[in-house]
Design a protein around this ligand. Structure first.
Ligand code: SF4
Ligand code: SF4
Length: 466
């Protein structure tokens, strides 16, 4: 039998062991060019769209704001400022629901008028900005990090880790490679694919800036083989840069995870509990790379993003959206939900989160909105584990999902931790392959949440005693 690993050796495509091959459903949107969504009457901009401390609001109610103006300053080093994504007038501070189910402080902004021509020009400038730029190696690394910090850049693939923190590598660390993560392995999503096709030059420019910031002499653009047009466009855009190469990866889920991507393209394994930095690598997402080019070359903050809206909507596509736009407005622009729409997911179906409230705004980390139909959300009856071991065979991190989930189910957090509960990347491969319909990853997620609460309690008690 020819295994996937043998196949990839024969074709020279990069691959990682284990994982799954779900149908990608990308045909709905992969050929839909990016389209600008008109501003809604009101955007609601959260002060926490990133990992770390929330931004501190600097605006008052009924204040006129200009697009790109700072409305919240970073609340610490691991934090990011927040900017007005539209021209308009602020309302009283409010709260909005986040994908993890918490509420965070936010400011509504009543938007001013913007014409269709202005919107289209803005999208054009976003994808293919014109005008001269300084060669990346003539820009000081500190200036790149500062521009990323001031622009409020965060990992736009969904991780939302502040980019300036990622790019500020201590001098003892030696980074030799920046990997541009163009794998976009989640089924349904095609926004990064479209960015690589429609904004290839700007994305490569961002990669060059990231390499300069961390002192890496080499850049690798990793793209799955189900995006042939993106591979061609990025090869062409990178042709003038001998330090940059394109690595074609086999389409396999979760190729986009750093712990899968780095072994696949560089044959290096991140140690358990470690980071890509530990193996001399920094990974940046496609949308983040594009945003970095804008931050450095045009001092443009993170105020818009491209996302895929797909599934049970009338006009699935890739949309250019102002941060703070309600999900309902994007859906309405795409012709609304179809009759059989049953569940709206932020992200894709493997790692995305159900959003019950469509007034929730698009944030810097919203890479996609997937609408599932009634047939797709029919829950399978959970039955007893038959110890088939499929979850173990497919776990890309070589964990024991069945053992961890059983321990969580029996409220034995210590046992779950002994089986490496916290190492799980929540990719969902275990649930996907389980023939008993056990929501393995859901149990694991609830165990991780319980452990985080326990740690927070412990910290609070220690602080009280000190
Ligand atoms: S245990 Fe975690 S890492 Fe392993 S397959 Fe399940 S969700 Fe993915
Ligand atoms: S795949 Fe499901 S049934 Fe099989 S061992 Fe894992 S949890 Fe049990």
């Amino acid at each position: 039998m020819i295994t996937n690993t043998i196949k990839s050796k024969l074709t020279n495509k990069k691959v990682f062991p284990r994982g799954v091959h779900p149908h990608d459903f990308k045909e709905q949107t992969r050929d839909r060019a990016i389209e600008a969504v008109p501003w809604p009457k009101e955007v609601v901009i959260p002060f926490q769209q990133h990992i770390g401390a929330p931004a501190q609001p600097t605006v008052k109610p009924r204040q006129e704001v200009k697009r790109g103006e700072v409305i919240g300053t970073a609340g610490g080093f691991v934090s990011a400022p927040v900017h007005a994504s539209v021209d308009g007038k602020t309302g009283p501070l409010t709260t909005v629901l986040t994908p993890v189910g918490t509420r965070v402080s936010a400011v509504p902004v009543q938007t001013a008028e913007i014409s269709q021509e202005q919107l289209e020009q803005d999208l054009k400038d976003f994808l293919q900005p014109q005008g001269p730029v300084k060669p990346a190696d003539l820009i000081e690394p500190e200036a790149i990090v500062k521009a990323a910090a001031e622009a409020g850049l965060v990992g736009m693939g969904g991780a939302t880790f502040p980019t300036h923190v990622k790019l500020k590598v201590s001098p003892e660390r030696k980074i030799d490679t920046v990997v541009l993560n163009g794998s976009e392995c989640e089924p349904y999503l095609t926004a990064d694919d479209r960015l690589m096709r429609e904004a290839s030059g700007t994305v490569v420019r961002g990669l060059m800036l990231a390499m300069r910031a961390v002192g890496a002499p080499r850049g690798v653009i990793a793209i799955e083989d189900n995006k042939p047009e993106a591979i061609a466009a990025m090869r062409q855009a990178a042709a003038g840069y001998p330090s940059v190469e394109v690595a074609v990866c086999a389409a396999k889920y979760p190729m986009g995870g750093e712990r899968q991507l780095i072994p696949a393209v560089l044959n290096r394994v991140i140690p358990t509990g470690g980071l890509p930095l530990d193996v001399g690598v920094v990974v940046v997402n496609v949308a983040t790379s594009l945003a970095l080019a804008h931050a450095v070359d045009r001092s443009r903050p993170a105020i818009t993003r491209v996302l895929t809206l797909t599934g049970a909507v009338h006009r699935p596509g890739n949309y250019y959206v102002a941060i703070g736009t309600p999900l309902s407005h994007v859906i309405e622009h795409a012709g609304g939900l179809k009759d059989d729409a049953a569940e709206v997911i932020l992200g894709g179906p493997m790692m995305g989160v159900t959003m019950p409230d469509l007034s929730t705004p698009v944030t810097k980390g919203t890479s996609g909105i997937t609408v599932l139909t009634r047939d797709q959300v029919v829950r399978r009856q959970e039955t007893a584990c038959i110890r088939c071991g499929r979850c173990v065979d497919h776990c890309p991190l070589k964990l024991m999902p069945t053992k961890i989930s059983q321990a969580v189910k029996h409220r034995d957090l210590e046992l779950a931790k002994a089986y490496d509960l916290m190492a799980c990347c929540e990719c969902g491969c275990c649930s996907y392959v389980c023939p008993a319909g056990i929501p393995v990853v859901q149990y694991i997620k609830s165990g991780k949440a319980a452990e985080m609460r326990r740690r927070a309690r412990e910290k609070a008690e220690a602080a009280k005693k000190a």
